[in-house]
Every structure is written in structure tokens, then in C-alpha cells.
Design a protein around this ligand. Structure first.
Ligand code: OOB
Length: 542
């Protein structure tokens, strides 16, 4: 039974994906049990001095599931999980998978504005946060959120004796068995969050069937096996490090996950050498830092076979530098939390690895590249990418109106990405037609931030656009029309911070303007605003 509010695939597609063995009815709970039987005492996850074997992870997930069940957490309940790269993240997720409760995977950088919305909209019954030492006071955030979210019955905190007044997750582990819950492959396993382009983030329901299929295909493309050692430098809640093939793909393959709390060369390079890492994944700005960092540091990178770069466009110039610097294969990854993932293949010729963002991982992925009238463009020309397939959602959670715009009548997801196909059929990302800023892989929905700014009494109107940046690819620039007083940029930033907006969404630059340039139809021309800021930046350089 599908969770209410989630669209599912039409029955002919369900049949097709089942008949072709894409969907095998596997669930995450069973997957871990099977891996524990197969790999027993082999280490599943390493985090600093801590490590956990497959067997222990299986037991710990069972014990936590039992404890959470006694707290009333049931199948179908949503639970907002905001944990950094720690072993608890895995115990929590697998416990929830076994209960059929749905983790809503928040990022560690999300703040009050995002978390209160996640809890409220999904009617979450619990919110799980890290204890002290996480570099941010999540307990205070949770207190504020709990005051307002009527559905939220529990806040659980990792770490023993957490001192926050909330229940310690550590106290919940209970060796008495849980009451078995029937979970099917068609059930929703988790909610990913969309990068968004409208006012509020959307929730992406991923089923056991479709997510596990994406792991299997990713593992095949990335040649994952029991000897794979995956280094997680990105926050594991994000779809890329979680599933492409990421930490879950690694566990599916029986390999070992190594968690890093940060992505800097000083943290990551020693780990690669010490843990004999074979594969890791990052966004382009981290790749740039690594390419610089490797010049002045000597580490043994010989174990590293694959460096995945994705989440935002990686330039050809940078792509060419990866192999000479690290002696490993670069893999470009163009994916989305909604589903579709494209990879360059490990044995592809250099020009495809350097110049393209790969091709779909599954032969069941259907792609259409269309013009503004939804007509397919001639081969090689740029257009918007639409896609449908066995691991691409058919709709966001409880978002009927938005779904009507984001999906075609025949179920293709409108990615908002402008792409073209190379003659080999590989995708080259050219840009986007969604109102979003891609800040080094972190996605900002312009409208979401604009709405916050419109609450400022001195602002009459605002419009947020991207501006080019050599390090992050893009940064955000807010154009503002003020009423009488002109608030200083520092005040604007403080205003957004006080509203609890995640720091990466706070505009990098603020420009005051008397009126917005308009399109012939009278809409604000973001294209012209982007040109204006580029011109201003170029003038300054001269
Ligand atoms: C990944 O997922 P999201 O949901 O954070 O963002 C998806 C969007 C895409 O629609 C595209 O606009 C952009 O991020 N993007 C890229 C890209 N990879 C993602 N744009 C250009 N080049 C690339 N290589 O970002 C994501 C999910 C799974 C695997 C990898 C990335």
C-alpha cells in the first residue's frame, strides 16, 4: 500500500518494471539482514575510531526499531532525521526502514525555517538530532520546532547523556524483539528533498523497489564489490552520497563505508591513505580544493580507483586535471533526487569523461529533450530534459498542483535542465530553465528566499538570480526595490538568519534597483537581471 499523498506508477509500468526484474520486492530491512548473514563480522561502516560490523549494524537496527516501536513509532509515520556523517545515521535509517516509518532526510545545514516546514508539512511524529559537539545547537532548534509542530511527539538526540532534556537515542536500544511489520517493495522507504524552484521545498517519496534498483544499477556501473571502500565526504543524507552508489550502494555490495565529517584535504587525504579508499564522491568546488591541495601534500592515493564529481557542472578544464593529479578515473555524475542518474562509464574514452555528464544508468530510463512547446528537438540540439523510468518518481508528496506542472500527462518528470546529446548519446548539461541557483551543488529555490525577503518591512519587491563564480560555479544575487529606507546588506542577511534560513540560501550579493527589467509580457526578466550583474562584475574587473 502506497503512503497516502504519494503518486505511484501506472499498473502497466508496475508490471513492466516487475517483469523485467528491475523491481524485485527487496526491502532495506531485509537487505541489511541478508548482508549480515553473508558478511557477518566484516566492517560495514568506519567513523573515526568507531566501527561497526554488518552483524552489529543489523542487531543495533533491530534494537533501535524495537525501542522506537515502544515509543509508538509506526509504519507510515514520518520522522525527520537530521544527522551528520555518523554510525547513528545508519542505525536510525535501518531501524525506521524495518518499522516502515519514513525518514525525511534533512541536511545538517538546514535550520528552523526548513525543519519547521518539514515537520509541519509531513506531520512528522519525531525529529532526530545530533547531541552536543555537532557545531550547532540542534536542541534549541528542536525546542522551537516542537512548540509549533502539533504532530511532533518526540525529539531524540544521539550521544549518551546528551544534557538537552530530550530523550537520548542511546536509551532506546532494546534487545527484546520488535513486533514484526510487513513491508513491501512498493512501500515508501524514505523522503528525499527536492532542490526546488518554487516557494517551498518538495518531498520526494522513494520506494524500496525503486531505490534499491538504483543502487543495483549504480553498483554495476561503478563496479562496486566487497572490496570497495567508499569515502563519504558529502553529507550522507543527500541523494548523491547516499545512493549513487554512495553509502547504501556500498552496503548493498558488501563493501565498507568510511565516514568523514568534512571534505577538506586535511581530513580526507589521510583517510584515503589509511583506510585504502577505492571510491569517493564530491561536488565541483571540493574537487577544485582537492586539485589544489594535492600539490602541497604527499599521500598515497594508489588505492583510489574512482573519483565521482557531480551535483553541478564540472568544467572540462578541471575534469582533465583529475587523473594526472590523483591517478584515478574521473566519473562525472549528473543526477537528481527525483530519480534519474547519469554516469560516465569507467572505461569510457577520455573525451567523454572530460566533456560530458554521462548517460543514464538504466536501459529502462526514457529521455526526451524538448523545446518550449514540448516538441522533441533535433538530435544534438539543446532543450529541456524530460525523463521517466523505474526509479524516477511520478509525483511529489502531497503536491497535486505542482505535480501537474512538473510532470507531463504521460508521467515524464520535467527536470528543468537544459541539455543536449553528444553523437555518442551522452548528456551535456548546458544550463537550466528552472528558477534555481546551483551554488556549488547546493540548490537554492529563488522564490523561497524571495518570499522570506518580502516579509521585510523596508522591501517593496525582490528578485534573486545566479551570478557566475569561478569557485562555486554560481552564487546568488538579490536585486531589491526598497520602500523608503534602504536596509544595509548586513541587516538583510541578519534578517534572513533570524528567520532561520539555512546559511547557503542567504544571498551572496545584494543590489538595489529602482525597477526590474521586464519581459514583453510584463514579467520580471531574470535573464536581464543576470546580464546586469555580469556586466557590473566585468566592469569592476577592468
Ligand atoms: C543531485 O541531486 P539534486 O536533487 O540535489 O539536484 C539535481 C539537479 C539537477 O537537476 C541539475 O540541475 C543539477 O542538480 N546537477 C547537475 C549535475 N548533477 C546535478 N548539473 C550539471 N552537472 C551535473 N553533473 O545533485 C545529484 C543526485 C544524485 C547524483 C548526483 C547528483
Amino acid at each position: 500500500m502506497m503512503l497516502s499523498g504519494c503518486s505511484t506508477w501506472p499498473s502497466d509500468f508496475v508490471k513492466k518494471y516487475k517483469d523485467s526484474q528491475c523491481w524485485r520486492g527487496e526491502t532495506f530491512g531485509e537487505m541489511l539482514r541478508e548482508r549480515a548473514n553473508l558478511y557477518g563480522k566484516r566492517i560495514a561502516v568506519t567513523a573515526g575510531d568507531h566501527e561497526i560490523s554488518y552483524l552489529e549494524l543489523d542487531h543495533r537496527a533491530d534494537q533501535l526499531a524495537s525501542g522506537l516501536q515502544q515509543m509508538g513509532i509506526q509504519k507510515g509515520n514520518r520522522v525527520v532525521v537530521q544527522l551528520p556523517n555518523t554510525i547513528e545515521f545508519f542505525e536510525v535509517c535501518f531501524a525506521l526502514f524495518r518499522l516502515g516509518a519514513v525518514p525525511v532526510l534533512a541536511l545538517p545545514t538546514h535550520r528552523y525555517s526548513e525543519i519547521s516546514y518539514f515537520c509541519g508539512f509531513t506531520e512528522a511524529v519525531a525529529y532526530i538530532i545530533p547531541g552536543s559537539g555537532a557545531g550547532f545547537d540542534y536542541a534549541s532548534l528542536a525546542t522551537k520546532v516542537q512548540e509549533e509542530a502539533a504532530s511532533l511527539k518526540h525529539v531524540f538526540v544521539t550521544g549518551e547523556g546528551n544534557g538537552s532534556g530530550f530523550t537520548s537515542l542511546a536509551d532506546l536500544y532494546d534487545p527484546s524483539p520488535m513486533v514484526e511489520v510487513q513491508i513491501s517493495g512498493e512501500d515508501v522507504a524514505l523522503f528525499q528533498l527536492s532542490g526546488g524552484s518554487t516557494g517551498l521545498p518538495k518531498f520526494i517519496p522513494r520506494t524500496h523497489n525503486d531505490y534499491i534498483y538504483s543502487l543495483r544499477m549504480s553498483n554495476e556501473v561503478c563496479q562496486m564489490n566487497v572490496d570497495s571502500v567508499y569515502l563519504a565526504v558529502l553529507p550522507v543524507a543527500h541523494n548523491f552520497p547516499l545512493s549513487s552508489p554512495g553509502v547504501l550502494g556500498t552496503l548493498y555490495a558488501g563493501g565498507r563505508v568510511v565516514l568523514s565529517s568534512g571534505s577538506s584535504p586535511d581530513e580526507a587525504f589521510p583517510l584515503i591513505e589509511k583506510e585504502q579508499v577505492t571510491i569517493t564522491a564530491m561536488v565541483p568546488p571540493i574537487a577544485l580544493i582537492w586539485l589544489e591541495g594535492v600539490k602541497t601534500r604527499t599521500f598515497d592515493f594508489s588505492s583510489l580507483k574512482v573519483m565521482q564529481v557531480g551535483g553541478a557542472k564540472f568544467s572540462t578544464e578541471m575534469a582533465k586535471r583529475v587523473k594526472p593529479a590523483f591517478g584515478c578515473t574521473l566519473q562525472q555524475v549528473f543526477g537528481m533526487a527525483e530519480g534519474l542518474v547519469n554516469y560516465t562509464r569507467l572505461d569510457d574514452p577520455d573525451h567523454l569523461i572530460h566533456e560530458t555528464q554521462g548517460r543514464p544508468m538504466s536501459s529502462f530510463d526514457e529521455l526526451r529533450i524538448v523545446d518550449e512547446e514540448d516538441q522533441e528537438v533535433p538530435q544534438g540540439e539543446a532543450g529541456e530534459l524530460l525523463t521517466r523510468g523505474p526509479y524516477t518518481i511520478r509525483g511529489y508528496y502531497k503536491a497535486e498542483e505542482h505535480n501537474a506542472r512538473s510532470f507531463t500527462a504521460d508521467g515524464f518528470y520535467r527536470t528543468g535542465d537544459i541539455v543536449r546529446l553528444s553523437k555518442e548519446g551522452y548528456i551535456i548539461v548546458e544550463g537550466r530553465n528552472k528558477d534555481q541557483i546551483n551554488r556549488g551543488g547546493e540548490k537554492i529555490a529563488a522564490e523561497e528566499v524571495e518570499n522570506h525577503l518580502l516579509a521585510h518591512p523596508d522591501l517593496l519587491d525582490v528578485s534573486i538570480v545566479s551570478m557566475p563564480d569561478s569557485f562555486l560555479g554560481e552564487r546568488s544575487c538579490a536585486f531589491m526595490i526598497v520602500r523608503e529606507n534602504r536596509p544595509a546588506p548586513s541587516e538583510i542577511r541578519r534578517f534572513l538568519q533570524d528567520r532561520g534560513l539555512a546559511a547557503y540560501k542567504i544571498p551572496d550579493r545584494i543590489e538595489y534597483i529602482d525597477q526590474f527589467p521586464k519581459t514583453p509580457l510584463g514579467k520580471v526578466s531574470k535573464k536581464m537581471l543576470r546580464q546586469m550583474i555580469v556586466e557590473k562584475m566585468t566592469l569592476k574587473k577592468v
